[in-house]
Design a protein around this ligand. Structure first.
Ligand code: PLP
Length: 400
């Protein structure tokens, strides 16, 4: 038999760098500030609800679109926080994480030859989602140092082949929270070119209150903009807000025709998200608002701690307005790099993980365009303070 080769579809896709860094961190006993997951426990009420769901016998397939009580909880959440009206029966679908929701959305709407606009830097899964859908990704970089969206560049990327734009706000890895003006620019182009906006809003509750660069940041869902509800697929999940990344629970909300398209993909790929965890997730949405207030306070403290560590370690950070990530420039470590024969951000991230003992993600892994992000590494700070203390100790020992 001839050697079996992977499908042509996979050409150009590499395995996730972020997840590879976690494996390297485990292998070298490094403090893992690479992959974006909390090292603290979810709220005890949610865990108790999971135990109850198992004991009460919710162990078989759920209704494919999601347990009704969870869809109703999602409906109430979006209504309460953003005034967004989605009908739980036809317009809300529970998926296996945001990752599945985005793949189902793009596979549901894109045809071969269509283009999908992806803003760089991007979450790694986006490119794979476009490729699985048979679409051609078209990249538009944000403008450093503040990672603003250049609407002229964005306009140049749109064409009559554009089927969708994949947006993410608050944005991983830059921490940007896009402004009304930026979002209106995206909305106008979607309408002019008759494109769909698939918007990943998984960090909607992790936003910092400070007057970042003179502007009060606020999460604005794309679907709330004039003329956008009809052409938006709003994607979100429980992983980040409720510290449940391993539960694999996400959701996609859209008008019925778009929902039907993504539901067909969801139906035949995963059947349903894990049933007992869907039942338990209802308890997450029932937590009092104080949970979300405390979440913001805790992340504000973690961000301050992380920024202090980076400053002491001579790593120049870009202030995140939202999310639990920070990009940092490692140029001042050049002397260390020369001594170690390290040529680029990938080798630097490996050095950090294996020699310094703090795992990070190389900046260029968030870009398709050659040379972008090469002076940067990403830190995830959804960690206990003692984890950050330990990371600081290691970084200060190694800093130039
Ligand atoms: C922007 C963004 N979207 C999606 C995901 C993955 O979400 P999920 O775990 O719900 O699939 C992540 C995880 O880090 C992310 O940062």
């Amino acid at each position: 038999m001839n050697p079996i080769t992977p499908s042509n579809r996979l050409v150009g896709l590499r395995e996730s760098v972020i997840r590879e860094m976690t494996r390297l961190a485990i292998q070298h006993n490094a403090i893992n500030l690479s992959q974006g997951f909390p090292d603290f426990s979810p709220h005890p009420e949610i865990i108790a609800a999971a135990h109850r769901a198992l004991d009460e016998g919710f162990n078989q397939y759920a209704v494919t679109w999601g347990v009704p009580a969870l869809r109703e909880a999602i409906q109430a959440y979006l209504q309460k926080w953003y005034g967004l009206e989605y009908d739980a029966t036809h317009q809300i679908t529970v998926t296996c994480g945001v990752t599945e929701a985005i793949i189902a959305a793009l596979m549901g709407i894109a045809n071969a030859g269509d283009e999908v606009i992806i803003i760089e830097p991007y979450h790694e899964n986006y490119v794979a989602a476009a490729v699985f859908a048979g679409a051609q990704p078209v990249f538009v970089p944000l403008v450093p140092p503040h990672y603003e969206l250049d609407l002229d560049r964005l306009r140049a990327a749109f064409s009559n082949k554009t089927r969708a734009i994949l947006l993410n706000t608050p944005h991983n890895p830059t921490g940007r929270v896009f402004t009304q003006q930026e979002l209106e620019g995206v909305a106008a182009l979607c309408q002019e070119f008759d494109a769909v906006c698939v918007t990943d809003e998984i960090y909607d509750q992790i936003i910092y209150d400070g007057q970042e660069r003179g502007v009060q940041r606020k999460h604005i869902p794309m679907a709330t903009l004039d003329g956008m509800y009809e052409r938006t697929i709003t994607v979100n999940g429980l992983g980040k807000t409720f510290a449940l990344t391993g539960w694999r629970l996400g959701y996609a909300c859209a008008p019925e025709s778009l929902s039907q398209a993504l539901r067909t993909v969801h139906d035949f790929t995963t059947i349903c998200a894990p049933t007992p965890l869907q039942h338990a997730a209802v308890a997450a949405f029932q937590l009092p608002d104080a949970y979300l207030t405390q979440l913001k306070k805790d992340y504000t403290a973690r961000r301050a701690r992380m920024l202090g560590i980076l400053e002491n370690a001579h790593l120049r950070a870009t202030l995140p307005e939202g999310t639990y990530y920070v990009l940092a420039d490692f140029s001042e470590w050049v002397q260390v790099l020369q001594g170690q024969g390290i040529a680029d951000d990938f080798e630097f991230a490996e050095y950090m993980t294996t020699q310094v003992g703090v795992a990070v993600v190389p900046g260029s892994s968030f870009y398709k365009s050659a040379d972008l992000g090469k002076q940067q590494i990403r830190f995830a700070f959804a960690k206990k303070m003692e984890t950050l203390d330990a990371a600081e100790e290691r970084l200060l020992r190694a800093r130039p």
